[in-house]
Structures are given as C-alpha cells and as structure tokens.
Design a protein around this ligand. Structure first.
Ligand code: SAM
Length: 222
C-alpha cells in the first residue's frame, strides 16, 4: 500500500491500564466529540426487537444502553471491553437504566472473541477497530465474521486515512504518544471488504477535520 496506516506500538497491557485510568474521565475528555458519530452509527445499525447484538470496545456504555433499549425484553446485548474500569462504568450505567437483565458484559480482548459461531444478528464497533495493530485488524474482522449469523450486519464507526493535513498531524501525535493517542486512521472500508463483508453503505463525516466513516456491512448468506 502506498500510504500505510501507522503501527500501534503500545501493548495490550498498556491499553488496559490507560483505559482503566481514563474510565472515570472518559466522557468528560473525549466522550462529547465521539457522541455524534456513535449515535449516527447506532442509527445506521437500526437494532430491532429480539436481536442479539455484540459491541466490542463498549467504553462507558452509552451505546450498550441504547442497544438494550432497542432490542427490548426478548433481545440481548453483549459488551466486551479490555478495560475492567470501562466495563464497570458501563455496568453502572446499565443498572441505572434498569436494563441489567438484557445486558452481559465481559472484560476481554476483541482479538480473542469468546463467542460461538453464528451467534449474533449484529455487531457494533465505534472508535475501536482503529486500536488494533495492523496485522491484528484482519484477525479481529475474521472472528467477527464468524460470530455473526449469515446475513448478519456490522456497523463500524472509525477514523479513516485520507491524504489530509489533519490526519498527518494526528498521526504525528500518535507516533509520539502511542499510549494516550492509541487510535489512528485506518482503511476501514478496505479491511471490511478483505474480510469478506459486503459494504451496504458508507457515510463520510469530519471530526475536528479528521475523516470519520460510518460503514454498514453484511456477512453474506452462505
Ligand atoms: C476510543 S474508546 C471508544 C469507546 C466507545 N466505543 C465509544 O464510542 O465511546 C475504545 C474502547 O475500546 C476498548 N479497547 C481497547 N482495546 C481493546 C481490545 N483489544 N479489545 C476490546 N476492547 C478494547 C477501550 O478500553 C475503550 O473502552
């Protein structure tokens, strides 16, 4: 590739510790800027009553609550996050919303999905696919593909790489502060296609000048 994405040089242990540290402050620090894009992603996913949905990198749990409301009492929402601190904040939010019976949370690595094949109707990922190192992205998507039922859908909200000054500036910070600025723009659309998904729609937006894509893709019927 002509313009490769940046590597993720921090370890998973560092990611865990960093998000644990940030968990109490996350909404205040970055939550507000990500909210609009996450909500548009949820709109694009259009969760329905009775569905089984997984979110990887559920953070402080805003999407989990929204998904649990949408799937209703007959559906179920699963949240996976590498940070126990983030999972605890999500659990509290879910409890406060009275949705605990519809939600199961696990602390774990999205690169090692602990779920059986064909299990989910839909999967949601917001500002999380960009956190996996380059060789790991296809492995994560391969597992997501397997975890979805045939014709199941995925929505990815992600910073995407384009030849823009804002991207180059952001990457400069990512290279120098690999633990704090661990997200980096990726070619999300291409990665999904390479993993065997069919892209259904894609919108391009801008967050402080950084391109953000909201991509809806499907696992084909087999
Ligand atoms: C940038 S935050 C986004 C949180 C949330 N999705 C949102 O839109 O507000 C990324 C989240 O992914 C989690 N995360 C990072 N690496 C992960 C991994 N390997 N597996 C699962 N979760 C991970 C972090 O702990 C954090 O909660």
């Amino acid at each position: 590739m002509d313009n490769p994405i940046r590597a993720v040089t921090r370890t998973k242990k560092e990611a865990k510790a960093n998000y644990d540290r940030l968990s109490g402050w996350y909404d205040w620090l970055v939550g507000a800027s990500e909210k609009k894009y996450r909500n548009l992603g949820l709109q694009a996913l259009a969760a329905r009553e009775g569905e089984q949905i997984l979110e990887i990198g559920c953070g402080t749990g805003h999407a989990i609550v929204s998904l649990a409301q949408a799937v209703g009492p007959d559906g179920h929402v699963y949240g996976l996050d590498i940070s126990a601190g983030m999972a605890a904040v999500t659990q509290e939010r879910v409890q406060e919303a009275g949705l605990a019976e519809r939600v199961s949370l696990q602390v774990g690595d999205g690169a090692q999905l602990p779920f059986s094949h064909g299990r989910f109707d839909a999967l949601f990922m917001s500002f999380t696919l960009e956190l996996f190192d380059t060789p790991e992205i296809p492995l994560v998507l391969e597992q997501i593909h397997a975890a979805l039922r045939p014709n199941g859908r995925i929505v990815v909200v992600s910073m995407v790489k384009e030849p823009k000054t804002a991207v180059r500036v952001y990457e400069w910070f990512h290279d120098r502060l690999p633990v704090l600025v661990d997200c980096r723009p990726i070619y999300a659309h291409t990665e999904l296609e390479k993993a065997g998904f069919t892209i259904q729609s894609q919108s391009r937006l801008s967050m402080w000048g950084l391109p953000v894509a909201i991509i809806v893709a499907r696992r084909d019927e087999v």
